[in-house]
Design a protein around this ligand. Sequence first.
Ligand code: NOJ
Ligand code: CA
Length: 541
Amino acid sequence: MVTHKKPTWWKVGVIYQVYPRSFQDTNEDGVGDLSGIVSRLDYLEWLGIDAIWISPFYPSPMEDFGYDITDYTGLDPVFGELPDFDALVAEAHRRSIRVILDFVPNHTSHLHPWFVESRSARESEKRNWYIWQDPKPDGSPPNNWRGQADPDTEGSAWAFDEFTGQYYLANFSPSQPELNWRNTEVREAMMDAMRFWLDRDADGFRVDMVDFLGKDPDFRDESPLAEGKTPRDYLVEARYQLNRPETLDYIREMKRILDQYPDRVLIGEVIYFLPVERMAAYYGEGDLLDLPTNFRFTFLPPEAPVLRRFVDDYDAALREHGAWPNHCLGNHDSPRVSRHGEETSRLLAMMLLTLRGTPFVYYGDEIGMPNVKVLPDKRQDGWDYIGRDPARTPMQWDASPNAGFCHEHAEPWLPVSDEFEKDNVESQRSDSRSMLALYRRLLGLRRAEQALSLGDYEAMEDAPERCFAYRRQYEGRRLLVALNFSGEAIRLTLAGCTDAKILLSTYLNRDGETGAETLELRPFEGIVAEVPDMNPNETEV
Ligand code: NOJ
Ligand code: CA
């Protein structure tokens, strides 16, 4: 008897990112909490996702909303207590939803007791848990490493500590000192923290800023930004401040911990614009990251040739390494995809959920949540230069006050969109052509069709320029995805295909339509179709 190995859940599954402050508040303080997530699990099950990744919920002064931790094995009281976490995991697992935690090992909060101890004296026993260096003779920072809180400024990555007269490394903000991963005690503490959550049945981690973990032990200067180069180029080309070879050893160490538990996933955040070959290196030989994050669709223009070129390169580079792709349209650090308008957002949703690779769906995108204008007196995010608040506003559940996110007498921590009465989960659930309906159909289709989750990807060579079309194929089942990114109708000629059948259109009104030899796409329409006898690269326009 031939036994088929069950495909790995995080390859076939879809991961939904929950920003816990904004999902559901249950205790009237205007901030979402873990019990709130539990109360919305039925919705997530109905939607059809496979796992949630929860942005950090650990104790934190919230200067970077949880990406500044003061205790790796606790919960911030605003989110609940450990039993709430256990209940969340149990309830999610009962619905076959996995739970992935955000893990932030590159830096702590400046208020973490380790750092408080470290900065108390040069002789402190925790001094070497962080990265301390003397000033240059003129008092300036130890080297030219650039700060990342605002990569467009000339800011230094170093912060000066008056009390002990040295600089500490803090790439993102002085309130986020960098841990010294060269120190085995630090690594042990981090591995213990991971075990703590794995023992409580967490299904894996999304590791924050993983490519920043290693630092040059000699603190050599980076080459200064050459004429015409951008801060992005600096991040890609940096050799000492990040992108270090020893980082791979640290990741391997984490992976070994996860491998002691069945079926866990290790996701790592790597910088946004890393060339595909460099992304591929983070997979190692299956001994490093399962999914180094790919953020390209958060900033590429939604134009067929651009998207296609990236997907072709990425897919080919990863295939060569036997590595598994992943995609997202947005996250808590980037503007929401809805900025492209509804038609294009629908096309991008169809692309996200029909490409080869694990899709990440950012909470609220499934109802087309807007980038909410947040007035200065309501702003929360300290990263002024991006202003990440507009993409972090409360989930719009229904038309009741505060969109059902929190009690009507509570003040939500960020304003709810003015559009919530029209656009919310409840209203879209009863509209069979809503964005939510589209997401649910796409998720259902991806789950039903292994061609969409596991199949090969092959772009259609001769699709019209503004149409991104590709075939997905698995064990003889052939599907065609065609995305018309133009405002004009187009006709695709499907050479040799006598019985194409549309399974889904982004307009949600063409189910079951059949075609022979040709298929017409309306302006900004995307379709998924069965094309049993079509060879994509023998087609013509
Ligand atoms: C990456 C996180 O996604 C972002 O939100 C955070 O501000 C930085 N890491 C710094 O911790
Ligand atoms: Ca709350």
